[in-house]
Design a protein around this ligand. Sequence first.
Ligand SMILES: *Cc1c(COP(=O)(O)O)cnc(C)c1O
Length: 353
Amino acid sequence: MNAFETFYANSASSHLMGSIVQKEIDQVREKLADSIGAYPSEIVFTSGATESNNIAFKSLLLSGDIPTGKNHIVTSTIEHKCVLAICDYFKSIGFEVTYIKPNVDGIICPNDVKDAINEKTALVSIMHVNNELGTINPIGEIGKLCSENNIIFHSDAAQSYGKTEIDVDNFNIDVMSFSAHKVGGPKGIGAIYIRDLRHRKLLPVIHGAGQEQGLRGGTIAAPLIIGYGTAIDLFPKYYQSFSEMRIKEYLIEGLSNEGIGFNINGRTKALPHCLSLTLLNTNVALMIRENDQTISLAQGSACSSKEIEASHVLTSLGLTREQAEGTIRLSFPLDVTFEQIDIFIKAVKKATR
Ligand SMILES: *Cc1c(COP(=O)(O)O)cnc(C)c1O
């Protein structure tokens, strides 16, 4: 709120007020770059991870910088809907796309990526942490593989940033997507990391007056960026104390104690902030309806939970339609309390036979 009032000037202006805003933006750019082992010149602010994912594909692949004949993309079946939509578009303009399925634990295996790439592969895009399961993909190994084969490696880090270590050099990342509102920042702001940005020929995602190194025209959203910077500062501390509550373990134990049957989707190596739970004997639709004034519950990810289709992530894991319908995806607010979890367990029990 303070940034909206205090830093109103256009950061592109050369007067004092403009340069004060520019300095604030530069600090956030530096902070984000530092936190992932990148240079500030390799960071472009965007409207969020959806836009960053669009840039990762379109600005790199359609720039004329990629040798002709390199028209193959490798991605996974459990990417965010926007990546799958972008891939559909690339198929419509003549690209070939290979979709890798996760293993039973919801993880994309480097060996499967190795089998999928060929001499025509231009880009591999594998998300860092899955947004429905919380599972962590071994992107370091996948990055190494891509680097050895001279393939651009993009990873969507909307769910992982601030929650698990990211080092773009150690992981051999070429392009990475971020979103502020996944770390408590404002909606409508995010970023993309592009290795050696200045030396690449990139197709602007918005042709404009040269902002953001010519990649994305339009007056820079200073208040949102400054809010993003505050989120970057504060989030780790909150996430740390949230993690120490071991809320997932508390919930799982509570469900077991009540004799409620469940499966956890994506069991191993998952982050603590989200949980995909298949309730075996519970009328999930009824439970969601009965508690919609008190518990904010969704089936699948929030972006597409109003759709009637079963989640593509769950069907990729081999769940039947019926099992997918009995699945809820929980994400915990960082200030969650044990009492709130008790209320949730009571609600599940009431809808369970
Ligand atoms: C939320 C999310 C997105 C979309 O981010 P926006 O900033 O809302 O566009 C993309 N990918 C993943 C993995 C996400 O969790």
